[in-house]
Design a protein around this ligand. Structure first.
Ligand code: PEP
Ligand code: MG
Length: 568
């Protein structure tokens, strides 16, 4: 039995057998396969080719968005290599000779590489890097695919790091939990696991080297503990934990039909953060009052024709038609940062780089297609859609986005498409420059939405995904709350709506402080609504104000902890 600890990224308790996901492991076994397995290995090889083809196509689409057209040529070359009929036949023949798919790829590519090396032709020589890259990516997909496409029901995945699409894949396959060597609390994968109620521990150092496939694991993502190869008594204890958690959850659910107000009757509004259609059942269960943040990046990440207007329209319609008459705040693509791992453009500081509105204003086709889709659907559901702009740091960006919205309205009207004339356009408050100039941004915004995930990272200068400094990433930090208070003042002075849609909104104590600062609209992972709502229903507005004012005046995190303890 071995006990390790980590940081809880999504709460819950789970017991299951380990399934390992190692991104960088290129160890190819010398084992041979039986005749009966030949067809399956050929099938796995073909599936890997098709997966890599999809990945390359996505990267190619995205490379069209950036300023490096040469990367498109490289991808094209790699696609040609991937589909080389001779090379593919060679792989199939080696599999028929009882090689595993990965070993067959390795050897077939090696024959090809040896031949090219002998030609001493400079152009051919240059293709070697691409050939090796295709080979390695193919093998990596295959090594993962054996696990990946058969994510086992009831398993606990142990990975160095997990990607957002793997989280979705894990949920679809009814995986019970995730344990990662690295990762950040507000990394996109962690946010998704939280939203999908999949227990997840991050920062469990060397987890992947301590566990073998099939070993039993007891995961307690509430306490931040994971036990590998637990004794029988621990397994029993965990089964009881699981029941206890389910019971508490049921108890909490009784608050769902109660009014959204504080103990003193002060009204609040609790909304949902949504990204995937898969989250819509949660919307029905937790009864939020609208979607405060609809992230749209998944359209680019997971859909074949992501940039296609019709495809976007379908997605927005699905969300609008499944959410009654509620208001839906749709955020424009916030690509960049940690959100596009398939996109291979390297930046030294991606979070300070080409992200959010910066990409949108550089790539007007992308922006205009999204606005066309949003405005088209806005006409079908008048008064229900608001547009939110991510990563705003310059007033000019907001001005330009508004001009683009007006332009697209005119174009659509000329085409006789009905649009919501009064559609609101708001700004994310997540960058310090936006906070200190909030009064100026208010001149060009219909509403503000505070993104505490990024506001924390940029205010405290702490990368939200970096395990080394995760202890410094504290959303309930006086500096972050002072920044929020500043934005609230600017919004209030114009009677403009301001809400919080960062992960902090789902922390009951942080939620209480936001209300105390004068924010009455909080948007969060739907499954956190019962916890936040019960807390808020148990306190008065006066208590919230007093709590917030003490937080704003705290000096150290020790002070913060003491203040929290007094109001908990
Ligand atoms: C935020 O930054 O708080 C936010 C809601 O956006 P994201 O987590 O998608 O960056
Ligand atoms: Mg953000």
């Amino acid at each position: 039995m071995l006990k390790l600890s980590g940081t809880s990224a999504a709460k819950g308790v789970a017991v299951g057998q380990a399934q390992l996901l190692c991104h960088d492991d290129l160890t190819i076994s010398e084992d041979t396969i039986e005749k009966a397995d030949v067809d399956n290995h050929i099938f796995l090889f073909e599936k890997a080719v098709s997966k890599l083809d999809d990945d390359l196509a996505l990267t190619r689409r995205l490379s069209r968005l950036d300023s490096f057209p040469e990367s498109e040529d490289i991808i094209e070359t790699q696609q040609i290599i991937l589909h080389d009929p001779e090379l593919n036949d060679q792989v199939r023949n080696l599999i028929k000779g009882h090689h595993t798919a990965e070993r067959a790829i390795w050897e077939a590519f090696q024959i090809y590489i040896d031949l090219l090396e002998q030609t001493r032709n400079e152009t051919m020589f240059q293709r070697l890097t691409d050939i090796r890259e295709v080979r390695d990516r193919l093998i990596r997909i295959l090594l993962r695919q054996n696990e990946d496409f058969q994510f086992q029901k009831g398993a606990i995945l142990v990975a160095d790091e997990i990607t957002p699409s793997e989280v979705i894949h894990a949920v679809r396959n009814k995986v019970k939990g995730l344990v990662c060597n690295t990762g950040g609390l507000t990394s996109h994968s962690a946010i998704l696991a939280h939203a999908m109620e999949l227990p997840m521990l991050i920062g469990v150092k060397k987890a992947t080297t301590q566990i073998a496939k099939g070993d039993w694991i007891a995961l307690n993502a509430d306490s931040g503990e994971v036990i590998f190869r637990p004794e029988e008594s621990v397994l029993k204890e965990y089964a009881e934990f699981e029941q206890e958690i389910a019971r508490k959850k049921e108890e909490l659910m009784s608050v769902i039909d109660e009014p959204n107000e504080l103990k003193c009757g002060h009204r609040i509004s609790l909304q949902a953060n949504i990204e995937f259609q898969e989250e819509l059942p949660g919307y029905a269960t937790y009864k939020p009052q609208g979607v405060g943040l609809l992230r749209t990046e998944s359209l680019i990440l997971s859909t074949e024709n992501a940039l296609d207007v019709d495809c976007q329209i379908d997605f927005y319609r699905t969300i609008l038609s499944s959410t009654g008459d509620d208001e839906i705040t749709i955020r424009l693509f916030d690509i960049g940062g940690d959100k596009l791992n398939a996109y291979e453009k390297k930046e030294a500081n991606p979070f300070l780089g080409w992200r959010g509105v910066r990409v949108l204003l550089d790539k007007k086709d992308l922006l205009r297609d999204q606005l066309r889709a949003l405005l088209t659907v806005s006409g079908e559901y008048p008064g229900r859609i608001r547009i939110l702009v991510p990563m705003i740091s310059w007033v000019e960006e907001m001005i330009e986005i508004r001009e683009e919205v007006e332009l697209m309205k005119q174009i659509l009207k000329k085409e006789k498409t009905v649009v919501d004339e009064y559609i609101q356009v708001g700004a994310m408050v997540e960058v310090p420059s936006m906070v200190v100039q909030a009064d100026k941004f208010a001149n060009y915004s219909d509403f503000f939405s505070v993104g505490t995930n990024d506001l924390t990272q940029y205010t405290l200068a702490v990368d939200r995904g970096n395990t080394l400094i995760s202890h410094l990433y504290q959303q309930i930090h006086p500096a972050v709350f002072r920044a929020v208070a500043y934005a609230v003042r600017a919004a209030n002075s114009r009677q403009m709506s301001i809400s919080v849609c960062g992960e902090a909104a789902s922390n009951p104590m942080a939620a209480m402080a936001f209300v105390g600062l004068g924010i009455h609209n909080l948007s969060m992972t739907p499954n956190e609504i019962p916890t936040v709502k019960s807390k808020l229903r148990s306190v008065t507005y006066q208590e919230c104000k007093s709590f917030a004012s003490q937080l704003l005046n705290a000096s150290t995190m020790n002070d913060v902890r003491e203040i929290i303890a007094r109001f908990e």
